[in-house]
Design a protein around this ligand. Sequence first.
Ligand SMILES: Nc1ncnc2c1ncn2[C@@H]1O[C@H](COP(=O)(O)OP(=O)(O)O)[C@@H](O)[C@H]1O
Ligand SMILES: [Mg+2]
Length: 244
Amino acid sequence: MNNGLVEKQSETGDQAPKRAPLLHASGISRRFTDKDATIEVLNDLSVEIGYGETMAVVGESGVGKSTLLHILGTLDPPDSGSVMYKGTNVFEMSGSRIAAFRNAAIGFVFQFHYLLAGFTSLENVMMPGLIAGMKKSGVREDAEAILVRVGLKDRMGHRVSDLSGGEQQRVALARALVRGPDILLADEPTGNLDQRNSAQIHEFLVELNREMGMAMVTVTHNMKLADMMQRRMHIADGRLKQLE
Ligand SMILES: Nc1ncnc2c1ncn2[C@@H]1O[C@H](COP(=O)(O)OP(=O)(O)O)[C@@H](O)[C@H]1O
Ligand SMILES: [Mg+2]
């Protein structure tokens, strides 16, 4: 997909030019200051994620998993360090370019769906394309196709508020993937669902990664989901470490 980013090739040398990884975050630090105390949540964290690669981040509450996803998702800049997508430092882009880049290249799923409850499934899934100024007929076609793919053919015209929790999360997944992002960032995507609905979302995540080829970072407490990812990491001392 063309996200408006130029892929940077290595400048010189006799070897074949090396393609930059999809995502390379390096030296990421993030601290928060309350009234009197400062906590170092992320401390010189680095991670590289390849095209189509899948990774789980597990770990206790409060260690910085969501903070990391927000930074990787360009929603929140780190105090220091860089986040490079395809060789481009995203936090050096202007605010409006970051937003356009994010809309095209990154899909998000959270524990709570954040859909527009009064709108239909179809309208919700059309939203990213419409915001990007794409032609309505194409946007509608893409939205319908992905909703069919996640088993919601008969729920497209239903208001989100009338759907079950599992259905709502499938709409959220469809909305995250409708523009064919390079990466899906999921923050406890099934933290609010029962076992059966969780298992269904897990299957969709794995199948859609295979079909669409997007990379995936999922924060989860669910070891079944973690085991489906190629890499399993946790955050310790502010850095990402391989889970033993
Ligand atoms: N905007 C913020 N302001 C102050 N403290 C924050 C903020 N965001 C996160 N924190 C703190 O940073 C730590 C990590 O939070 P978070 O990334 O949400 O953890 P996790 O997702 O692993 O549960 C927690 O101690 C949390 O209270
Ligand atoms: Mg969290």
